[in-house]
Ligand binder design. Structure first.
Ligand code: ADP
Ligand code: GLC
Length: 467
């Protein structure tokens, strides 16, 4: 089967969050089981594109209404990736140092139109178009409705929702930019008097998946306005849990971390990584280390963290280290806490891939008090590195973390409230005190299999069911 994934992000080319990790791994595992899976993504002005050589395989121009933009399709000559990537280079719109900003409407419309215009010209058409999130949400509509893409309307289109909070809303003043279709069907684009690309994808895609079974259920009651639509379309929906790339995320071979380790050497291996973190961030290596890695936004419960941390720091039993960026006010509050608790607390405001790996390796606990968590990859990464997750039971976190009091291996809580998060952290610190049990648990969690094998097959079965 020839599969094209269409996405705004793909690791290691352009990463903002977990979407990149998924699109950077799923095609590789699909290729391993004999399919021909490739990625189509924008050509950004970033480290990856600056440091690789590209060849142009197609040259044309696209229309956004009456505006004409020249574009190219590029392939990397030396990428060393385990799957093919086709880059859509619309220089004027997409070749930016950022992935997302406030000019996304024209940028991602152009991306989708250019990608489909190019696919129209291919001698060997794909068997599946697999679209990710709202940035590619108009593709299922356009292949079904736009006259120009009529010859593509037999190709099954899947949409995967990684996050339904963001839907790509645009006003009707942009309508003329969408390649012509019968106005009788304009309702397919609409949700609440706006053009809503995610809603259009849910209506028009042949199948709609999301990244964990629990999130699929939750969406029927909490989907930022799309609850009824998802409930109505439930016959074509499915929750497929993400996997992790076990080659990239492997404590035995990870080049980013300070000392590699396996299950048998987990205790000493983690100790070396923790030592480095404590030295670098002025923490006390003799105390348990609780970490947070992620976007500092409401979905992640981030605005509660300053109060949670201040509370935990009172009895000086633990270290806290945070890596993240997002809401400016939360960033400022988290940084300010350093002045109060400098000996056991530190934050790195920003994005740092290498540091994130060292934290997964060196921390004792990873905190995820998410309000919404469609899947969450951090908890699966930390398990693989023998770090105990402390999570709110929601979405993918509910599907992957079982509480120690329920014959499990992590710490779970139910509410996104300071007292509940603090209570969970205190349970974690109690658990840490029994080092024999704690070390046995580390070995156990490192053996949990969250590789892509099962999920890559689940997607293939889904494709087969509609092909
Ligand atoms: P989301 O996509 O909602 O942000 P996920 O848990 O699916 O959440 O994925 C987050 C990914 O981004 C993980 O690979 C995590 O390690 C990474 N990440 C998040 N914030 C940072 C950061 N500040 N520095 C480095 N990596 C980060
Ligand atoms: C989104 C979700 C996250 C998920 C990721 C990959 O960013 O917020 O929970 O893990 O996509 O599917």
């Amino acid at each position: 089967m020839k599969i094209f994934h269409l996405s705004a992000e793909c690791y290691p080319i352009a990463k903002i969050g977990g979407l990149a990790d998924v699109v950077g791994a799923l095609p590789k595992y699909q290729n391993e089981v004999g399919e021909a899976s490739a990625v189509i993504m924008p050509f950004y002005n970033n480290e990856f594109t600056k440091n690789h050589e590209f060849e142009t395989i197609f040259n044309s121009e696209l229309y956004l209404g009456n505006a004409v933009y020249p574009y190219r399709v590029l392939k990397a000559l030396d990428s060393n990736l385990d799957f093919e990537v086709f880059f859509i280079d619309v220089e004027e719109l997409l070749y930016k140092t950022y992935v997302y900003s406030n000019d996304d409407i024209d940028r991602f419309l152009a991306f989708q139109i250019a990608a489909l215009d190019w696919i129209l010209t291919l001698e060997h058409q794909p068997d599946i178009l697999h679209c990710h999130d709202h940035h590619t949400g108009l593709i299922p509509f356009m292949t079904q409705e736009s006259y120009k893409y009529e010859s593509l309307n037999k190709i099954p289109v899947i949409t995967t929702i990684h996050n339904a909070q963001y839907q790509g809303w645009m006003s009707y003043k942009h309508l003329y930019k969408i390649p012509q279709f019968s106005m009788e069907n304009i309702g397919l684009l609409d949700w609440d008097k706006m053009i809503n690309p995610l809603a259009a994808a849910i209506k028009c895609a042949w199948r709609v998946t999301t990244v964990s079974p629990s999130y699929m259920e939750e969406l029927k009651h909490n989907a930022n306005g799309l609850e009824h639509l998802l409930a109505h379309e439930s016959a074509k929906t499915e929750g497929i849990l993400n996997g992790i790339d076990t080659d990239v995320w492997n404590p035995e071979t990870d080049d980013f971390i300070i000392k590699n380790y396996s299950k048998t050497s987990v205790k000493s291996g983690k100790k070396e990584n923790k030592k480095w973190l404590c030295k670098t961030f002025n923490l006390d290596e003799n105390k348990p280390l609780i970490a947070f890695i992620g976007r500092l936004v409401g979905e992640k419960g981030a605005e509660l963290l300053p109060e949670v941390f201040h509370n935990i720091m009172q009895n000086k039993e633990a270290n806290i280290l945070l890596l993240g960026s997002g809401l400016k006010e939360t960033e400022a509050q988290l940084s300010h806490l350093k002045t109060l608790h400098h000996e056991n607390y530190n934050v790195f405001i920003g994005y740092d891939e290498k540091l994130s790996h060292i934290i997964y390796a060196g921390a004792d606990f990873l905190l995820m008090p998410s309000r919404v968590e469609p899947c969450g990859l951090n908890q699966m990464y930390c398990l693989r590195y023998g770090t105990v997750p402390v999570v709110r039971s929601i979405g993918g976190l509910k599907d992957t973390v079982v509480d120690i009091d329920n014959h499990g291996f992590g710490i779970c809580h139910n509410e996104v409230a300071v007292h509940d998060i603090v209570f969970a952290i205190n349970r974690a610190l109690e658990f840490y005190k029994d080092q024999t049990k704690f070390n046995a648990n580390r070995k156990h969690i490192m053996s949990i299999d969250h590789s892509w094998k099962a999920s890559a097959n689940a997607y293939i079965n889904l494709y087969n069911s509609i092909n």
